[in-house]
Design a protein around this ligand. Structure first.
Ligand SMILES: *Cc1c(COP(=O)(O)O)cnc(C)c1O
Length: 354
């Protein structure tokens, strides 16, 4: 399918934008004016259409509601200093979306529906990309099994949507983490690498327990031994040990983060030694004792980086008293590329005319 695909567009009669108070928005609360929708049925994709955002009509028999066949992506569009808009690494998000789709026995989405769909939706709803510092338009491609049939079998209908929602600046205080050694987010052979709905539903209860105990998030460990770090809540996890930037290697239990991949490249640019290796509780404690552990932080689209101030390991509290120079420099470099202040040498930005 050519990248010049022009989708059928039905415009909203009136924009809701003027009713939005940008000083009071909460993340993920308000839809923009439009959405993209395409339906796959009996082996092939129907046309993708851009239409006014509206509730869906669906049968209580809808497969996704019963068996959790849903996948999603989370991305952001930003206002650049030149007034145009950039969408960060859409092809990388598409590749991950389609890996999630395959794992959940769903059809892969054509590149044009995803990338060109994002571009045309953002162009149509560009006024929703606020130009105040830190604001963005959050983009949520998603797909679910939309066949109405509660018999359990591979469904023959799926619905692909791209949704958009204005997002306020993401301020994060340094996080207090608890190492999770009882519950499991993802196991070898499971679906941890997929952004599929069930992974997040199943993480709610252990996360809720940690919050009740006074922590902000969980540090997930491997399902077998609860020894090696996997992720920081819904973020990838990084350790700075002297001049090394360490993160666990990709596996079927770790989400292949777009931010993770970008920070590894930027870390190399900064002259750091980038190491993808298993890093465990024992390594953390030992490097801290030697005075070599400088920073621990999470990384993801929402926060870019989220510094971690303390890590509870059983009865032991490990505290980090850094200013997070590495995390903050990585974030600064990534944001400078997105905003157009630094050269985009790796072609990460999809530019949409402002
Ligand atoms: C989305 C997500 C991430 C971060 O991925 P980005 O592409 O950087 O936003 C990390 N871990 C989990 C579990 C996630 O769902």
């Amino acid at each position: 399918m050519s990248t010049l695909t022009k989708f059928a567009v039905e415009k909203a009669i009136a924009s809701r934008l003027s009713q939005v108070n940008f000083d009071a928005i909460v993340f993920g609360g308000i839809p923009s004016d439009h959405m993209l929708k395409a339906v796959w049925r009996d082996g092939k994709w129907g046309e993708a259409r851009i239409m006014p955002f509206a509730d869906l009509r669906m049968s209580p028999f809808t497969v996704a509601l019963h068996y959790g066949q849903t996948i999603f992506e989370g991305m952001k569009a930003f206002r650049r200093t030149d007034g145009d808009i950039s969408v960060f690494r859409p092809h990388k998000h598409l590749a991950r979306f389609n890996r999630s789709a395959v794992r959940m026995a769903m059809p892969e989405v054509p590149e044009a529906y995803f990338v060109e769909g994002l571009r045309q939706l953002v162009e149509l709803d560009k006024k929703w990309v606020a130009d105040q510092a830190g604001f963005s338009l959050y983009l949520r491609p998603m797909m679910f099994a939309s066949e109405a049939r509660i018999g359990l079998r591979i469904p023959n209908e799926f619905t692909f949507l791209i949704l958009a929602s204005p997002a306020p600046p993401y301020y994060t205080k340094a996080l207090r983490m608890k190492v999770e050694t009882e519950y499991v987010r993802a196991a070898k052979g499971g679906a941890g690498f997929a952004k599929c709905g069930g992974n997040y539903g199943a993480a709610c209860f252990p996360t809720q327990l940690a919050i009740q105990q006074g922590f902000d998030q969980l540090l997930w460990t491997d399902a077998r031994d609860h020894q090696f770090f996997e992720e920081a809540g819904n973020m990838n996890v990084f350790f700075v040990v002297e001049n090394q930037l360490i993160t666990p290697p990709q596996s079927d239990s770790i989400l292949d983060g777009v931010t993770r991949d970008s920070l590894l490249a930027l870390g190399r640019d900064m002259g750091m030694e980038v190491v993808e290796k298993a890093f465990g509780i024992d390594d953390l404690v030992a490097e801290k004792a030697r005075g070599r552990l400088k920073e621990v932080f999470g990384a993801g689209t929402a926060a870019v980086v989220a510094p971690i101030q303390s890590i509870q390991i059983g009865a032991h509290l490990l505290e980090l008293d850094a200013d997070y120079p590495v995390a903050l420099e990585l974030k600064r470099r990534l944001e400078a590329i997105r905003s157009g202040q630094s050269a985009d040498t790796r072609n990460w930005n999809l530019i949409v005319a402002g």
